[in-house]
Write a protein that binds this ligand. Structure first.
Ligand code: UDP
Length: 329
């Protein structure tokens, strides 16, 4: 039994690969290397460079490796980019996922874990938000992921196929053993950007919007350590293999930090007082998104181990330094 990890050369996917290997699983990675890096998985697992919508290729991998489960990360993840290029996002995230799901059904792969997002909620009426909250994405990114959740739901109703969709809050940090980390060039995610600024890779950084209705006027997010996130996937895999029903669950810790709080924490952990520019709002940003993690804990037996903002930041910072040392900046 092999696990196919799509997008396994990317940030979260490469952490997933190590999590699976640490548990003795056989893994094959499919990634077209548009944002991922072959070196992120080279030492770990077989990498097939290709597209998830190439059904001949995907079905051949599934048959050759006796794949029983797919963990699907491949996709585009930048909210403002999706506002500028909605059709690109619907192609990458929705249309290509449809092809992958069809390949799974055709070849009899029964277990499917999908990388969804808290962006499906838009700005929730209540925060922390649970899985029953209305789904009102505010960006094409969120909509493109919600459409895939709907395809999975309907596919599971029609076929011998079960899925778990995990709605990620703000994933950050790096493997504590420094085997992989967030390596994307030109990254836009807050903790990555702040760590790049702290390590001198950027001269300064922006705070996008200081007039939101939050305790300090900046947006609030629930930052979750990537190692805890991939562990939730591993538990979801075990649960599906044991015959668990399809489910959708939030993946966050249940506490929010504002942009300014994150920046202060990065300054504290790094010891560097880097320049920060107060700027206007960024398109597509929701004010506050914090998870209710109860379902993930109850159904998967998930026990977060790195629920500490400074710990997340210390791993992210260490990875920034590793990238420079390894000449992979
Ligand atoms: N943000 C910021 N400066 C940056 C990057 C992000 O102020 O350089 C803010 C962004 O506007 C949002 C929050 O940080 O309010 C989290 O953004 P990120 O891109 O990390 O994740 P998202 O929640 O959009 O998936």
């Amino acid at each position: 039994m092999t696990v196919l990890v799509t997008g396994g050369a990317g940030y979260i996917g490469s952490h997933m690969v190590w999590e699976l290997l640490d548990h003795g699983e056989d893994v094959v990675v499919l990634d077209r290397l548009s944002t991922g890096f072959d070196w992120a998985v080279a030492e770990a697992a077989e990498l097939v460079v290709g597209d998830i919508a190439d059904q001949e290729l995907v079905e051949d991998i599934i048959k050759r490796h006796s794949v029983d489960s797919i963990i699907h990360f491949a996709g585009s993840i930048i909210v403002p980019e999706s506002v500028a290029d909605p059709l690109g996002y619907y192609l990458n995230n929705t249309v290509k996922s449809r092809a992958l799901i069809e390949s799974a059904v055709r070849t009899g792969v029964k277990n499917f874990i999908f990388s969804s997002t808290a962006a499906v909620y838009g700005t929730p009426e209540e925060s922390p938000v649970n899985e029953q909250a209305p789904l009102r994405p505010e960006s094409p990114y969120g909509t493109s992921k919600l459409m895939t959740e709907i395809m999975l739901r309907d596919t599971a109703a029609a076929h011998d196929f079960r899925y778990t969709a995990l709605r990620y809050f703000n994933v950050s940090g790096a493997d504590p053993q420094m085997r992989t980390g967030q390596s994307t060039k030109g990254a836009t995610h807050l903790i990555k950007v702040a760590c790049e600024t702290a390590t001198g890779k950027r001269p300064s950084m922006d705070v996008f919007g200081t007039d939101y209705e939050t305790r300090d006027g900046t947006c609030e997010r629930d930052y979750i350590h990537v190692s805890d996130l991939v562990n939730a996937h591993y538990l979801a895999l075990k649960r599906l293999r044991d015959g668990g029903d399809s489910m959708v669950a939030n993946c966050g810790y249940g506490r929010g930090s504002t942009v300014l709080e994150v920046i202060e924490a990065v300054k504290r952990v790094s010891g560097v007082d880097f320049p920060v520019v107060m700027s206007g709002r960024r398109p597509g940003d929701a004010v506050a998104i914090v998870s209710r993690p109860d379902l993930c804990k109850a159904e998967l037996g998930w026990v977060p181990r790195c629920n500490d903002l400074e710990l997340i930041i210390s791993h992210a910072l260490e990875w920034e330094k590793q990238l420079a040392l390894r000449n992979r900046v």
